[in-house]
Design a protein around this ligand. Structure first.
Ligand code: ADP
Length: 404
């Protein structure tokens, strides 16, 4: 193959302007230049061996394209990619380009074919495949040299393109994993409910039957543990409902002063046992919102529970109610262990915990904040967090004040 001077200039021009082109466009132009049916076959750099992308030149007849994508040819391409050496048919006379054999069966729509590995800075990205059609000359050594050069030139846009493709590929897989996780939670929670109901029912029946018996204590442990499992299932499905927006609110006017005060009072004893000072700061006037009191209690309980869990003995927790700019605000502030900056954006995700579940000292499922945020949003409110590792955290719940 000989490029005319004009074509060479165009080729160079294309290469130089490649940096401003989207990579796939650069590839398309490069493939089109030499006027041969050619394809860039990109494989995932993560080691997967099925082609991730095909870029095919406009010169490639549909029949040749279908043939190239058939399993036998894909297998040859896969092998060529794995071995990283040229595979070619027929073998050229020059030693430089003698590679592995690209098998051509009888009746193949091409006369010759060559597949060059495309590598960029040590990364093998894919293959540049070029075909000669029936009636054309077999690939000469000059032809192969030119295409080898093109394989080198195409490497950079191919590299950028493969990164883009791989990112998309990973994103698709990630959302699939998230979907499977949701489905798994929904199914297991549902399936666990029936046997758990039976355990609880029978254990409660036995408790009644054996009242005062020596086995009473064991039955109590069974019942309490089953109730704990029930609670976990409830929280998990609650988080699911809030996320899918299927939860409903039963709103009425709620006095937050009373709600906050009662809630903190109920926690004073556990704070005292943990040697943490729990202080409540309420405004003189009442702050009321249209809300589902039970759900607001769940939100605050989760925030308080976390503050108590992640604050060491001798620490302080402050709960402060205020109102302004259309919102009631409840701030739960602690001087506990704090949250590393890299985790802050994730703590509201379901099952996210700063400490890994396997090594952590604290209990919990990583659901509390996700439930809390879901509930706050259901009320038209939000939760904000500010935290510094080693210094403490402040979670602020905002609930809209009634208009007028
Ligand atoms: P968990 O059941 O683990 O408490 P949450 O969703 O309530 O789940 O919280 C998620 C994670 O955020 C916790 O595991 C913890 O790592 C971090 N976290 C939440 N609140 C605090 C806090 N007040 N101080 C430090 N870390 C916190």
């Amino acid at each position: 193959m000989h490029l005319s001077e004009q074509d060479q200039a165009l080729w160079l021009d294309t290469l130089l302007s490649n940096s401003t082109l989207p990579p796939s466009e650069g590839i398309r132009r490069l493939l089109a230049l030499p006027g041969k049916p050619a394809a860039l076959v990109v494989f995932a750099s993560a080691g997967e061996e099925t082609p991730l992308e095909w870029h095919v030149s406009a010169d490639m007849p549909a029949g040749v394209q279908a043939w190239l994508r058939a399993p036998a040819q894909v297998e040859t391409l896969r092998r060529t990619f794995r071995d990283g050496v040229l595979s070619v048919h027929p073998q050229p006379p020059c030693a430089d380009h003698r590679g592995a054999v690209f098998p051509l069966e009888q009746g193949a729509p091409v006369q010759g074919v060559a597949a060059f590995p495309v590598e960029y800075q040590g990364y093998r990205l894919g293959l540049l495949v070029v075909c000669t059609l029936h009636g054309e000359a077999a690939p000469s050594c000059d032809f192969l040299t030119r295409w080898q050069l093109l394989a080198a030139q195409i490497a950079l846009p191919a590299f950028v393109q493969s990164l883009t493709a791989e990112k998309e590929h990973l994103q698709t897989r990630l959302s699939e994993v998230a979907r499977l996780k949701d489905e798994f939670i929904a199914i297991t929670s549902h399936e666990l409910r029936t046997p758990l109901g039976l355990v609880l029912g029978h254990a409660t029946f036995l408790r009644e039957m054996l009242r005062g018996d020596a086995y009473q204590e064991h039955i109590e442990v069974i019942i309490q543990s089953a109730l704990r499992i029930k609670e976990i299932i409830e929280t998990t499905t609650q988080a699911d409902n809030y996320q899918s927006g299927t939860a409903r609110l039963r709103s009425r006017l709620v006095n937050l002063n009373t709600l906050v005060e009662t809630l903190c009072e109920a926690r004073q004893e556990s704070a005292r046992q943990a040697q943490i000072a729990l202080q409540v700061d309420l405004p003189p006037g009442p702050v009321s919102v249209e809300a589902d009191a039970e759900k607001v209690r769940i939100i605050l309980n989760n925030l308080l529970e976390n503050a108590l869990t992640f604050t060491n003995a001798g620490g302080h927790i402050g709960v402060r109610l205020s109102a302004g700019e259309g919102y009631a605000q409840i701030a739960v502030q602690d001087d506990g262990i704090g949250i590393p900056e890299k985790d802050l954006a994730h703590i509201f995700e379901r099952f996210y915990q700063v400490e890994s579940h396997m090594t952590r000292h604290h209990g919990g499922m990583g659901l509390g904040l996700s439930v809390a945020r879901g509930l706050a949003e259901l009320h038209g409110g939000r939760i904000e967090v500010e935290s510094r590792e080693g210094q403490g955290s402040t979670f602020r719940l905002y609930l809209p004040l009634p208009e007028g």
